[in-house]
Unconditional design. Structure first.
Length: 265
């Protein structure tokens, strides 16, 4: 059988002119599909994905031996200006990120902009998956002591609820939101601003003695991968909204030869 999909128009970054309502069964279903897609992705990885994963893991392990030195450099070079910046941008890895997504949603609703609403809804999905499931699970599994606990960068006690340094939750959150925004907009200024702000959040966590550099790096990787995966998956699903599928099949019926066209309703 030959199936012809009549796709909706998408813009330069792949956004279709449709975003499902936030408070709807459709969006709830999409959240579930997003979660399943992201969490089961490793089961479908091929050799290339496993090579990249191995390289990233090896990189983080090697980087951990520089954690103390990097932290000392940051502490030696901080000043009143960097302290103020860190203090004020740190919440963008927590409550302020919710405000950013809320602003996108309200703006999208007021100005009837489906792209802005998609940013908010994809950001929410990425947050729930990356910051609500993956990072907390890894924190518990690794049980790494925080910088401020003064036990050193190689002190681990798996499943100790007081050892929650790796990965950085604030950085995960910041990059999950930043990657969603960057994926939806073609402008390099938007991308640079989003990722730049997320990077400063990560730096702030180190400067404030909350995390080691590897905690931040891991959070950045997790947030970025989840954010980009969610946007790609949801763009594909939204592009099929309201799309008729015409199926063409050969017909051989004794005295008749032809093609049958059908579409689901």
């Amino acid at each position: 059988m030959l199936t012809l999909d009549l796709a909706d128009r998408t813009d330069s970054v792949g956004d279709p002119p449709y975003t499902e309502p936030l408070f709807s069964k459709e969006y709830g279903s999409l959240l579930w599909q997003d979660t399943r897609y992201v969490l089961t992705s490793p089961l479908h990885w091929e050799k290339r994905e496993w090579v990249w994963f191995s390289v990233a893991t090896a990189g983080l392990v090697g980087m951990s031996f520089l954690d103390r030195a990097f932290s000392e450099i940051v502490q030696r070079n901080h000043n009143d200006v960097t302290d103020a910046i860190s203090r004020n941008i740190d919440p963008f890895g927590a409550e302020y990120s919710a405000g950013v997504l809320g602003a996108f949603y309200v703006g999208g609703a007021l100005f009837k902009n489906p792209k802005a609403r998609a940013v908010a809804q994809d950001g929410l999905a990425s947050t729930l998956i990356a910051s609500g499931i993956i990072t907390p699970s890894l924190k518990l599994a690794f049980g790494r002591s925080r910088h401020e606990q003064d036990q050193g960068p190689h002190d681990f006690d798996p499943f100790n609820p007081h050892y929650t340094s790796f990965p950085s939750g604030h950085t995960t959150q910041a990059f999950a939101v930043a990657s969603v925004i960057a994926a939806h907009y073609e402008s390099m200024w938007v991308k640079a601003t989003a990722y730049g702000a997320a990077s400063i959040v990560g730096y702030a966590r180190i400067q404030r003695n909350k995390h080691w550099a590897t905690d931040v790096a891991a959070g950045a990787v997790i947030g970025t991968l989840v954010g980009n995966s969610v946007v790609h998956f949801n763009q594909s699903r939204r592009s099929h909204h309201g799309q008729p599928k015409i199926s063409l099949a050969p017909l051989f019926d004794g005295d008749m030869v032809g093609i049958v066209a059908s579409r689901p309703f």
